[in-house]
Structures are given as structure tokens and as C-alpha cells.
Design a protein. Sequence first.
Lengths: 85, 206
Amino acid sequence: MTELKTELKEKIIEILNLEDISISDIDDNDALFGDGLGLDSIDALELIVMLDKDFGIQLTDPKEGKEIFKSISVLAAYIDAHRSK
Amino acid sequence: MKQNVYIQSYCHIKNHSVSLNGNTVFYSDDTEFPSFIKSAAIHLETNYPKFYKMDNLSKLAFLAADILLKENNPYSDKTDNIAIVLSNKSSSLDTDRKHQISISDKENYYPSPSIFVYTLPNICMGEISIKHQLHSENTFLIFDKFNAKHLHINAEFLLKNNKADEVLCGWVDFDDKNYEAFLYLVSENGNIAHLPEEIEHLYHIK
């Protein structure tokens, strides 16, 4: 799980072009949206594409995303339970 | 109705250099646009994390606009009434191509939302408006080449019909590795007459 969390942080920094943020800056329980990393709605769409492309997870219910993208810990646990890649 | 309006200030970004009112404010030996524009944004204290998420055209327009608006309206209470009239030749072609690549392989079909949102040239005006809280008129025009006459007509109409207090005008073009921004602010302040020949002259300043 620790490896997956690190992988997710790397992907998020790269895919979302988070300048001047390193893996160590992101706590496993930091909020990804709002006051945490400050991601926006387009970032959320990029994360949904990432889940499909890299982990074979297709989100069909937008409400599901709100819960899944709460933090790196929550996201990693969801991927671990549902991944097909 | 505003009687006399002027070109208050102008900014060029081209040939890996940034100038304000004809004076170089940043120069880099780096000929690659991504690293050049990043260095320029840091040097000119843009301090805007979302800058790094923008496409090339928006970065170019945003930085030139930010320099002009910070220079001229640091404490203004009417900054939300600055209209924007921009133009170019290549529209959003640079980003359109990137989007096309992302959808060309049907077996690996993952279009990127953050690329797709920039597949219109006028998005760069939205980025400027968000940062500077502008709730104003905006227009993006496509021409074969820089067209001072049309920019002049549009700005005069907006100002003389009280549609805006100031107008941010210019040319911002990006295609392949070629880039050029020439933005200028038209207002009731300044010394340069707002005339097509003056706009043309300033555009050609090296």
C-alpha cells in the first residue's frame, strides 16, 4: 500500500503539473481538493482518466469520485480493492 | 463617452525575451519555450500556481497581461472593467494538435481533459480574467497577420461607448516552436496616441 501511495503522489504531481510540490509535501491524509492540494474540476477529470488508463477502474457515478478522491489514503485503498490492471 | 484615449503601456514577449514599454525586463539564453516562459514567470514574480497548468498560448498571453496589469493597476478599484481584445493567426492549433494525438489511437483512447479545455484560443482570456477578476467584454479575433486597424476599431468602440474603462489589446500567437506576444493597454492615461499607425509602430519595435 505504501508503494501505491507513493506511485499515486508521483502520478498526481506529473499529470496535474503541480509545480514546486514534491512527494514529501503531500501527506497521505491531506485533502486533495479544497484547502488541501487545491485541485479543481478539470483535475478531477484527469484523475478519473488516470484510474481508467492506469488501473482499469471506470467511475460511472460522479458522486463516487467525491468520496474516492478525498485523500491519497482513501484513493489508494479504493484502487487496491477495485483495480484490474 | 471617453474623448481621448491613449496607449498607456505595452509588452512584448518574443525571441526568448520580455520587454515592457520597450525596455527588456527578462532575457534568457534558453530558446525552448517551456523553460523560457517558466523562468520568466518566476523572475517576474507571477506567483500563480495555475500558470503551470496552462497551455502554451495561455501562458504567453497570461504572462504579458499580468506584467501590464500589475504595472498599471496595482491598487486600482476599477480593474474589473478592463475589456480584452486579442488576436492571432494560429488560433489554438498548438493544443489542437496535442489533443488530436491523444485521440488518434483507438486502442489507447484516453483524451486528456486538461488539454481539451484549451482547444479554443479565447480560453487564454478566461485565464487572464480569472486572475485579475475581470468581469468585462472580451473578443478573440483570427487574422492572417497582425491587424492594428481592427484592434483599434474594437478598442475605440468599447471605450467610447462606455463598455469598458480600459482595454487590453494585442496579438498572441503560438505554433510549433514559434511564439510572439504583443499586448498593450488602452486607457485615458498615457502619452502615446491610440492610432492604428502608432499600434503598428509599437508592434514592430524589436
